[in-house]
Design a protein around this ligand. Sequence first.
Ligand code: FAD
Length: 401
Amino acid sequence: MERVTLAIIGGGAAGLMLANSLKNPKGVLVIERGERLGKKLSSTGNGQGNLTNLGVVDAEYFSVEKTTSTLLQDTIQEYNDSSMTEFFRSLGVLCIADERGRVYPSGRQASALTDALRFSLERKGIPTRMQTQVTKLESKGEGFILTLQTPSGEEKLYAEKVALCAGGKAAKNFGTDGSAYALAQGFGHTVTKLYPSLVQLKTNTEYTKTLKGIRINDGVIQVKTPTRAFSVQGDIIFTDYGVSGDAVFRLSAFIADEIERGQCQLYLDLLPQYTEEEIYTLLREKKAAFPDMAVGELLFGVVNNQVGRAVLRRAANDLKAAASLVKAFPLTVTGSLGFDYAQVTKGGIPLNEVDEGLESRLKKGLYFAGEILDVDGQCGGFNLQWAYASAQAVAQSLDEK
Ligand SMILES: Cc1cc2nc3c(=O)[nH]c(=O)nc-3n(C[C@H](O)[C@H](O)[C@H](O)COP(=O)(O)OP(=O)(O)OC[C@H]3O[C@@H](n4cnc5c(N)ncnc54)[C@H](O)[C@@H]3O)c2cc1C
């Protein structure tokens, strides 16, 4: 049986960063079920690779253990955004930040991140096994026996240590269908309730059916749930099932665990630059100036024509109600597009089941990094930052041993 010192399960962001960060990578093997390394990483940030953010703070992250443990906070503080950009600088990638603090490789290609990690892996002579899925993980003395499903059949592998970097349940077309949690559950690990996050939202579509594809640039969404009230600003896109766009993705991270209770309400501000009073005044003046114009058309030149018609239809052509709807167009969230469309999984292996080096408290030699842990971040580079920070924590812990 083939023997390795460390088997890294998952050749995604965390697995590749971990392999590249180890001081002594002798005997390390990266095992990836897909046909190529870092397939998801190459698609991040709309293909531009939003790898981190200048504002990496605890508040941008969610975890069940957040209030009772400082592990998340300590890890992201120790391995922060500068540490990550320096890491990529050492692999030959320069980074730049946009006006919202989102950091990208300077060529704006996510594939540059994957290529840099892959080239470095090759230079260090770290082997990879592609199209190889770990289907079983068992204890064997102090080490592990891995059952591998390969194109030519089943194989066994012995590993002294294992790093589980197999991602979560979101975006299964990238190899992450949630099946890897079972590898940890075999050692008694639990998994918190999982929710799709950073995802498009389904809403009532009675008044928005005709608006499919229309984008509101830099709109504001007020969000109200039984436990939270907050607002986000960004693009809103109407779809046939509800709403999408970066404002929607961002807010979905805050309400992911409340959506299924069906009590989340959105109020779209379609024109944040003007007050309700200003819009109402304009509508009255317009009606007086153009008495022959159909009332349903009066919002032309104020918002997108089709949006204006939908607003006036909902307001039953009452101008005061229409002005109010432009500022707070209510939509009830009825669901999300689910894990297949989500960018991230909320939930995972609880942080209280690992130590500060992210080693299992239940089985020595078993480590976790990335999305498989119960940590998810906001939209804007925070999830790749977590993949990096957690991979560094594991690398340091392994190097020390
Ligand atoms: C479309 C999209 C865009 C995104 N954009 C951004 C962004 O711009 N910025 C950001 O911060 N985050 C972004 N994210 C989220 C980010 O990509 C993830 O949080 C991050 O990749 C998680 O890293 P990971 O290594 O834990 O998991 P992954 O990158 O998902 O890697 C896990 C790997 O493990 C492999 N695997 C799973 N099970 C097994 C098994 N049993 N055996 C062998 N291999 C296995 C999978 O095939 C996969 O390659 C985006 C996500 C998506 C889907």
